[in-house]
Design a protein around this ligand. Structure first.
Ligand code: TRP
Length: 349
């Protein structure tokens, strides 16, 4: 939680939040309740790494989650679970601003304003909208304006870099289009800069079936909070090399799901040793799986431990989120004051 340094410490070293950073980073994640290792390796790990270099805002986007059918009684727990796991994975409230979208009401306000410059035609061409729209029983307007709220998230903090997965690149392009239109109408000097995606290694962690992307709904995942025995069991039944039928057959680590995961949980010399053993049939798939499961348990154990510590202190996570929202809101209010002025609206006093 944000602690106020004593007055005489002021000139010693500035708090990380006041140090000028190269970029402002914003990213959001829906409160789906609990990460799997695909989320962790594909996104959260990068969020953690970015904190040391940039001014980062990380947001649990509960307003976005309202566009899907959900159980209101379960929402708070989903939001808090996500925050606990982000903190346990290493998001540090001393370095980044971690907050919940609905606790900064300016997100919804700016979203409305941006919707008055967002092009209807392009919104209706968004792949995610078309896909979700086809599956939904009835299509709510929030599903349609979803990317406009994303643009508001990013622009409230004038973020310049946005770490996103492949599936969100199109939405980020739309944010850039919204910026161009907004600046064209209300700019001079431009209030917003076009944010760029922050490219990370295109990680697509496959599920334990080795066939589809790891996902909660497909049930083909290892959760970061799975117990050691659950991890052993899940990895034990994971997909391996289809061409290796008997232990004495040489393996093909480059096309084996279990071998593919080793690099994320073990040092490279250990990976080389295991894969050599597999290629020369010195070790079997069962041995590879055991080694992977133990390495995963070792990697995830400190996260589980931090999670236990956070949960042992009632109210702590809520306090961290409130402090994050307070911090975010200061900036959001400042941006909204500028936006109101540009639009010719009366100021808030
Ligand atoms: N829509 C994003 C997703 O589903 C989450 C998100 C919301 C987001 N607002 C954002 C991501 C702003 C980056 C920037 O993954």
């Amino acid at each position: 939680p944000a602690s106020t340094p004593p007055a005489d410490a002021a000139q010693a070293s500035p708090s990380p939040l006041e140090t000028p950073r190269r970029e402002v980073v914003f990213s959001g994640m829906q409160p789906s309740g609990g990460f799997h290792i695909g989320n962790y390796l594909g996104a959260v790990r990068d969020w953690v790494a970015l904190q040391d270099q940039h001014r980062c805002f990380y947001c649990v986007v509960d307003l976005h989650a309202l566009t899907q059918p959900y159980e209101p009684a379960a929402m708070r727990a989903r939001v808090l679970d996500m925050a606990v796991e982000l903190l346990a994975c290493g998001i540090d409230p001393q370095k980044s601003t971690l907050f919940v979208q609905s606790q900064v009401p300016e997100h919804a306000e700016l979203s409305w304003i941006l919707s008055t410059v967002a092009p209807y035609g392009e919104l209706s061409r968004m792949t995610q909208f078309k896909e979700k729209g086809e599956r939904a029983e009835y299509v709510n307007c929030g599903l349609f304006t979803y990317p406009v709220l994303m643009a508001a998230d990013i622009l409230l903090y004038k973020a310049t870099r946005v770490p996103v997965g492949e599936d969100q690149i199109q939405h980020l392009e739309l944010t850039r289009e919204i910026v161009r239109r907004w600046n064209g109408r209300y700019g001079e000097p431009a209030l917003f800069a076009e944010p760029l995606p922050l490219h990370r290694s295109p990680l697509r962690i496959m599920g334990l079936d080795g066939k589809q992307k790891m996902s909660k709904s497909l049930g083909n995942y290892v959760a970061i909070s799975d117990e050691p025995d659950a991890i052993r069991k899940k990895i034990g039944s994971a997909f391996t090399d289809e061409l290796r039928l008997r232990k004495k057959d040489p393996g093909h680590p480059e096309s084996c799901y279990v071998c593919g995961l080793e690099q994320y949980f073990m040092p490279s010399d250990k990976v080389a040793e295991l894969q050599d053993g597999c290629r020369t049939a010195r070790i079997g798939c069962v041995d590879s799986k055991r080694a992977l499961a133990e390495a995963m348990i070792t990697t995830l154990q400190p996260i589980a431990e931090r999670k236990r510590q956070l949960l042992a202190q009632p109210g702590l996570v809520e306090d961290i989120l409130q402090a994050g929202a307070d911090e975010a809101r200061k900036i959001a209010k400042q941006t909204m004051a500028e936006v109101r002025e540009r639009l010719g609206l009366l100021p808030l006093r």
